[in-house]
Design a protein around this ligand. Structure first.
Ligand code: EPZ
Length: 422
């Protein structure tokens, strides 16, 4: 397994191009199942999760080709010949459950493996299941698989989500485009990736209003046609690289960054005394090497502070002046990075969903273990300022959501390298 070696103490200077969003691409790709005409995505990120979704769609009989060095994804489900999403693929990536809605809407039946447990939480699918049952589906759990059927197809109706789940909103939004009548999703998630999905579906001929708000209205149509759609910028990759100069010192411009994607995050950076500047190419962060101020953070659904930036923010707060309180409200087990940061000299107390971070002046490099995607990059960020070398092991987690992290950080002056097959 690869690992990444970071030698701390180098201020950063330069620009980093932000890729298309993993969490948008992973819901846009299953949208190809809603039409037998081609769907082409541009600005797609080159990540192992995209490869997993490609394998899943191909296992259903769809054609998926990565073009232009992987930045363009040409897809067609004209040859769809299966509605079964196998455990062997689903266990690798829970976003595989986003084929359930499109398959059910198009074919009236689907068999999708339940993803099973995850490092950051139980992550059940009860909200997805209740939503499809409200649209007339019958769903049974057999041998670890959801067996979903309909009588005469999905029917529109009012679907009230008990929690603003991103995945459930995306699954229902896709399915409702082909359902009979009107579907209203209440307490819908409002993430930018959902607006990106709705924009793509409208380009395919869907009738959707209200995406980005907590009430989305979808008028079902008989069929959707092909389209080409650019994947929205990855706001989590953006936030991650905006923190790099805050932790290591220096100035970095994140190309393609937009303030509207990261407002609650930038509010916290500003509160910590960090300057964020909008440029005509993106967002620039400058830090003269002084320590940020401590701030309290609570993760919430969008437009609140994103849980996917919590670990990276903790890495910054380890070096802050004062004590910060971090509350994780979305996932029940998302502080696995804390014990690893403590190995590097951080002072953190974790009690349930609350972590109290006592800022320190210095941290020291150490061998550490990545436990999940965002935890792994928080350890790399901490390594940028820690004295000596930090070796982050199990970086396969990282490759799921960050393309070429060592090249991107190396290009702005970080001393970082990938150690192959440790
Ligand atoms: C999406 O996951 C993202 N993944 C996650 O990013 C992100 O952390 C999460 O949204 C929240 O923003 C993708 O888009 C592929 P949820 P998702 O359904 O859709 C509970 C990353 O690092 N819940 O909004 O799975 C659930 O357990 C990943 O890129 C139920 O209880 O998130 C969690 O506690 C990690 N029952 C909460 O809701 C359900 O049926 C939010 O989950 C569904 C969810």
């Amino acid at each position: 397994m690869d690992s990444i070696l970071v030698t701390g103490g180098k201020p950063l200077r330069g620009e980093i191009a932000i890729a298309g969003a993993k969490n948008a691409a992973l819901t846009l790709m299953p949208a190809t199942l809603l039409s037998d005409e081609p769907l082409t995505l541009t600005n797609t990120p080159r990540l192992s999760d995209i490869k997993t979704m490609t394998a899943l769609l191909q296992s259903l009989g769809a054609e998926v080709s990565a073009l232009a060095d992987g930045k363009v994804m040409a897809m067609s489900s004209h040859g769809l010949n299966s509605t079964r999403a196998d455990y062997e693929i689903v266990r690798k990536m829970r976003a595989s459950n986003l084929v359930l809605g499109p398959l059910l809407a198009r074919e009236g039946h689907a068999i999708v493996s339940l993803p099973g447990g995850c490092a950051i939480g139980a992550r059940p699918m009860d909200i997805h299941i209740a939503a499809f049952e409200a649209m007339g589906a019958i769903i049974d759990l057999k041998d670890g698989y959801l067996h979903a059927t309909t009588q005469g197809g999905l029917k529109g109706g009012v679907v009230k989500l008990r929690f603003a789940s991103v995945g459930a909103t995306e699954n229902v939004l896709m399915a409702a485009t082909l359902a009979k009548g009107t579907t209203i999703i209440e307490n819908a998630a409002r993430e930018p990736e959902i607006v990106d999905l709705a924009t793509c579906l409208r380009a395919m001929g869907a009738q959707i209003e209200g995406d980005g708000t907590s009430r989305i209205e979808i008028q079902g149509v008989d069929r959707l046609h092909g389209a080409t759609h650019p994947v929205v910028t990855d706001r989590i990759e953006l936030g991650t690289y905006m923190l790099a100069p805050v932790i290591a010192g220096g100035e970095v411009e994140c190309l393609g960054g937009k303030l509207s994607l990261v407002e609650s995050f930038v509010e916290k950076l500003t509160e910590a005394g960090i300057t964020v500047e909008e440029t005509d190419r993106g967002l620039k962060v400058r830090c003269d090497g002084g320590r940020p101020k401590a701030v309290n953070v609570t993760t919430e659904p969008f437009p609140g502070f994103p849980t996917d930036l919590q670990a990276q923010m903790m890495a910054m707060l380890c070096f802050a002046e004062g004590t910060s309180v971090l509350e994780e409200k979305i996932f029940e087990n998302r502080f696995m990075h804390a014990p690893e940061l403590i190995r590097m000299g951080a002072k953190i107390d974790v009690h349930g969903g609350t972590a109290t971070v006592h800022g320190v002046e210095k941290m020291k490099g150490a061998p550490v273990m990545a436990t999940d995607l965002r935890a792994s990059v928080s350890l790399i960020l901490a390594g940028l300022a820690a004295e000596g070398e930090t070796q982050v092991n199990r970086v396969y987690h990282l490759d799921r959501g960050y393309e070429h992290v060592e090249e991107k950080l190396g290009a702005v002056g970080a001393q970082i390298e990938r150690i192959k097959g440790q």
